[in-house]
Design a binder for this molecule. Structure first.
Ligand SMILES: NC(=O)c1ccc[n+]([C@@H]2O[C@H](COP(=O)([O-])OP(=O)(O)OC[C@H]3O[C@@H](n4cnc5c(N)ncnc54)[C@H](O)[C@@H]3O)[C@@H](O)[C@H]2O)c1
Ligand SMILES: O=C(O)[C@H](O)[C@H](O)COP(=O)(O)O
Length: 369
């Protein structure tokens, strides 16, 4: 069996190496001829799996994406060609929760806010949105959930988008979709951007095209700019560079890039390919992860917001990601966006740090108690 995997997918050799021939390649530039003789293709979100890419695939029986989003895969085409497909739902939801928590604490420091009592809306209350909501509630924030597809399916306690857009902080967690009653392309469009007031904070850690970036730039260049946190950008890896100076936290689509999240993504594909080939699942996810640099802290009191910020920074420093992004952009290097993603340092999840002593509040914020 020949497996072709994105070079940015960790643990492929550990999981597939002893029963398959594993070849890795840059996912952004995969060419049709590289799929000749390949049985299983393992991608990340930067590979468009479409008719053109598969035009020379002569043995392909399985495609897997080690990601939550599947908008880069033509699943209809795979079904028509009888090629099995697997993704990794939820694999990096914890990492996205950690990212947004770190962003909220940075925003609070910038605006001198106490987050307790502020309102946060999650647009899209699925896997990643729920992780964010839990952490925000752990900070004492009031959380609004907006998810019309869930509402239509009978879920209660949800608000509509107009109400969600009144929150102090609005965090987006929807898939990118272009048609149907709940299409999310430019869900944050010019009229909605114009109605927001200057104290509001917007966070995008889902897909760049959910926000109209040109309309946002126009708003930021006016007299009442918003506070923006952007992990994702329209037209990645290219981006609207003029927008960046108007963004408080700018990162290169790394919200989901915890080591644990990437490991879960690859492991989900390992499990799916084993099932596909009727092989036993012989490996365990826990075997893949090294010990974290810091694994426990002892607390004598329930931490306040400033202490939570210190504990988060001990595990994940979002300001470092922001600084790397701005340095990369300023360098003029054409491929800085992909380089930052390829060379991303191993980042652990907050759950790798255990609170000893006073453990109240640990788990809801994502730490281990
Ligand atoms: N930046 C990153 O690194 C990163 C990491 C993981 C996921 N993502 C992106 O985030 C997206 C969401 O991930 P998830 O795991 O939460 O997915 P999910 O499927 O668990 O949840 C998405 C939710 O959005 C809702 N939704 C769909 N259309 C909506 C609309 N118009 N308005 C409001 N809600 C709507 C769905 O009903 C669903 O509940 C993924 O599709 C992926 O594109 C980005
Ligand atoms: O959809 C996802 O899971 C994320 O956007 C994913 O983590 C993005 O990372 P990539 O696949 O581009 O490496």
């Amino acid at each position: 069996m020949k497996v072709l995997a994105d070079e940015n997918m960790p643990f492929v050799h550990e999981l597939f190496g002893d029963w398959a021939e594993v070849v890795t390649a840059p996912g952004r530039t995969l060419r049709p001829e590289q799929l000749r003789g390949v049985d299983a293709l393992l991608v990340r979100s930067i590979t468009q799996v479409n008719e053109a890419l598969l035009s020379e695939a002569d043995r392909l029986g399985f495609v897997g994406t080690a990601t939550i989003g599947c908008d880069h895969v033509d699943t209809g085409l795979l079904a028509r060609r009888g090629i099995a497909f697997a993704s990794a739902p939820g694999c990096n939801k914890v990492a996205v929760g950690d990212y947004v928590l770190a962003a909220l604490l940075r925003v609070a420091a910038h605006k001198q806010w106490q987050l307790a009592g502020k309102t946060l809306a999650v647009i899209g209350a699925g896997n990643t949105g729920s992780e964010v909501a839990r952490r925000a509630e752990g900070l004492g924030m009031r959380v609004l959930r907006c998810d019309p597809p869930l509402a239509e399916a009978g879920a209660s306690g949800l608000v509509d988008i107009d109400q969600a857009l009144t929150a102090d902080v609005i965090s987006f967690h929807v898939p990118i979709t272009h048609e149907g009653p709940y299409a999310t392309h430019h869900l944050l469009n010019r009229p909605r951007i114009e109605r927001l007031h200057a104290q509001q904070v917007l966070i995008n850690a889902c897909r760049g095209d959910v926000w109209d970036n040109h309309a946002l730039l126009a708003r930021q260049q006016g007299g009442s700019p918003l506070t923006l946190v952007m992990d994702v950008w329209e037209h990645e890896p290219l981006l609207l560079a003029e927008l960046v100076p108007h963004v408080l936290i700018a990162t290169a689509h790394i919200a989901g890039y915890s080591l644990e999240g990437k490991a879960r993504g690859t492991f989900a594909l390992y499990r799916a390919l084993c099932d596909h080939g009727e092989r036993p699942v012989a490996r365990h996810l826990d075997e893949l992860l090294p010990a974290p640099e810091v694994s426990a802290v002892s607390l004598n009191d329930r931490p306040d917001q400033a202490m939570v910020a210190r504990l988060v920074r001990l595990v994940y420093d979002i300001e470092q990601d922001d600084a790397n992004f701005r340095r990369g952009l300023a360098s003029g290097e054409a491929s800085f966006f992909d380089r930052l993603r390829k060379d991303y340092a191993d980042r652990r999840e907050l759950g790798s740090l255990q609170w000893c002593g006073v453990t109240e509040g640990a788990e809801v914020l994502g730490f281990k108690a």
